[in-house]
Ligand binder design. Structure first.
Ligand SMILES: *[C@@H]1O[C@H](CO)[C@@H](O)[C@H](O)[C@H]1NC(C)=O
Length: 455
């Protein structure tokens, strides 16, 4: 019972304290683009008009008018505004021509201009956990009405028609259009919390931390991403102390995505094993062939132990989870492990002999870019590495003697291997068909911020 209580309580606590690992700010640029393309793609107003023109059984004909048709629906103009705490206020201005025959058999034509307004509340769908817009309080406002019938001829018919009919008919006709557009927009969130692969090693899911919030200039979605090992456990995001925040200097109306260093660290933990490396001389990147003779240039004792040069074998083992840190303008990947140098044996199939084993801590500078909607990292060695000798079969030597040698090895042979591993790229939240390729990247304290640009 106590266990159950703790599970429930601790669950609550960790949830309450969980810092968002990623934040998304949706400005008006993206919302306008989304709603506009949803309107265009759905051809929704035209469909509504066509629907209105159809005779439907059970629907009362409009008194005094027969053969009613709706045609020439004008291209809608959409205006959106954020409503703090709620979502988006949407106004669709459009016009159309209604034709019919009046009861005395005359062709009549009514040109109406209307504004359809509604509040699109942003919620979190309870079933799917995804953000979702829901329209509320849809109203149709008649902006102007023109007709070919002289108003003095049949004022009653027209007035009656306008009052009792347009006001009653148009909302039923036009408001479903707003819902249909939102359905379109909502559908584009569908992949957001699906697991996305990070190479073969695991997945990341962008799960909403809470209900999205709306301010006067953006909608913010907080994510608690779940990084999962292939067939294994979720990797806990480290608590960074203070939650990273957006800088305030972005253009009003623009949109940004923030990825915390903690999230990138958790994702790279999946790749830890791939950062291990075994090399033989010929595989050591751009370096000239490495033998015990090369090493003897730094540790003379090696020449005594191996008068005839033997190829060197190097083993790098990363034994702590890699860590990503970020300060304004600079990001580092910290790696801890061991580096062992061995001399290959003359006979094939014989295990190489260990010369020495160093404990190493080194840092790689990370450059970020986006390629095919994945975050790409390219690294280069920060030469301030720290080495400490753990074992040696060639006698005592000072770490200083080999620091330059090891640094060259890391830069030329190890870093290219790490960069190959990093080519898998890290998945970015898949929402509203976002294309990240044009995003501008900025490294701030404890986070990477992408300033999102539309095509
Ligand atoms: C209709 O919408 C347009 C565009 O938002 C706005 O400029 C106009 O004032 C609205 N008219 C009425 C009568 O609400």
């Amino acid at each position: 019972m106590l266990r159950v209580l703790c599970l429930a309580l601790c669950g609550l606590l960790t949830h309450a304290w969980a810092e968002p690992g990623a934040l998304l700010r949706l400005g008006m640029d993206i919302m306008n683009h989304e709603v506009q393309s949803a309107m265009d793609e759905s051809h929704i107003l035209e469909k509504m008009a066509a629907e209105a023109g159809k005779k439907r059984p059970g629907v009362k004909p409009i008194k005094g008018i027969t053969d009613m048709k709706v045609k020439d629906v004008k291209l809608p103009v959409i205006t959106l505004n954020f409503t703090p705490g709620v979502g988006i206020f949407q106004c669709v201005s459009t016009g159309m021509t209604i034709t019919g025959k009046s009861f005395i058999g005359k062709n009549m034509e009514i040109i109406v201009v209307v504004n359809i307004t509604a509040t699109n509340r942003i919620l979190q769908n309870e079933e799917t956990g995804l953000p979702t817009f829901k329209s509320e309080g849809c109203e149709v406002i008649l902006v102007s009405v023109k007709t070919n019938l002289p108003s003095n001829m049949m004022p009653n018919v027209i007035n009656k028609f306008l009052d009792s009919t347009l006001h009653k008919v148009l909302p039923g006709l036009m408001c479903p259009a707003i819902d249909a557009v939102l359905l379109y927009v909502n559908r584009k969130w569908a992949n957001l919390n699906a697991p996305m692969p990070i190479g073969q090693m695991g997945t990341v899911k962008y799960i909403l931390t809470s209900m999205p919030t709306t301010t006067a200039s953006y909608i913010q979605v907080d994510f608690s991403p779940v990084v999962q090992q292939q067939g294994g456990n979720a990797i806990q995001l480290a608590d960074a102390g203070e939650a990273p925040e957006f800088p305030e200097d972005y253009v009003e109306g623009s949109s940004q995505l923030l990825l915390s260093a903690a999230l990138l660290t958790a994702e790279l933990a999946l790749l830890q094993k791939s950062f291990d490396l075994n090399t033989q001389d010929r595989r050591a990147g751009k370096l000239p062939s490495q033998t015990t003779k090369t090493l003897a240039g730094f540790i003379p004792e090696v020449a005594e132990a191996y008068p005839k040069p033997r190829p060197l074998v190097t083993r790098v083992r990363i034994n702590k989870a890699p860590k990503v840190t970020m300060e304004t303008g600079e990001s580092l990947l910290h790696l801890h492990g061991t580096l062992e140098m061995l001399a290959a044996r003359r006979r094939r199939g014989k295990a190489p002999v260990s010369l020495f084993l160093l404990e190493v801590h080194f840092k790689l500078k990370i450059q970020y870019s986006v390629h095919e909607n994945r975050l790409q990292m390219t690294t280069s060695l920060d030469r301030s590495l720290s080495l400490s000798r753990k074992s040696s079969s060639i006698g005592a030597f000072s770490e200083k003697q080999v620091t330059g040698f090891i640094a060259d090895f890391l830069q030329e042979a190890y870093v290219p291997a790490v960069n190959d591993v990093l080519q898998v790229g890290l998945p970015l939240p898949d929402f509203l068909g976002m294309n990240y390729n044009l995003a501008e990247l900025d490294i701030i304290k404890n986070a990477l911020v992408m300033d999102l640009k539309l095509d």
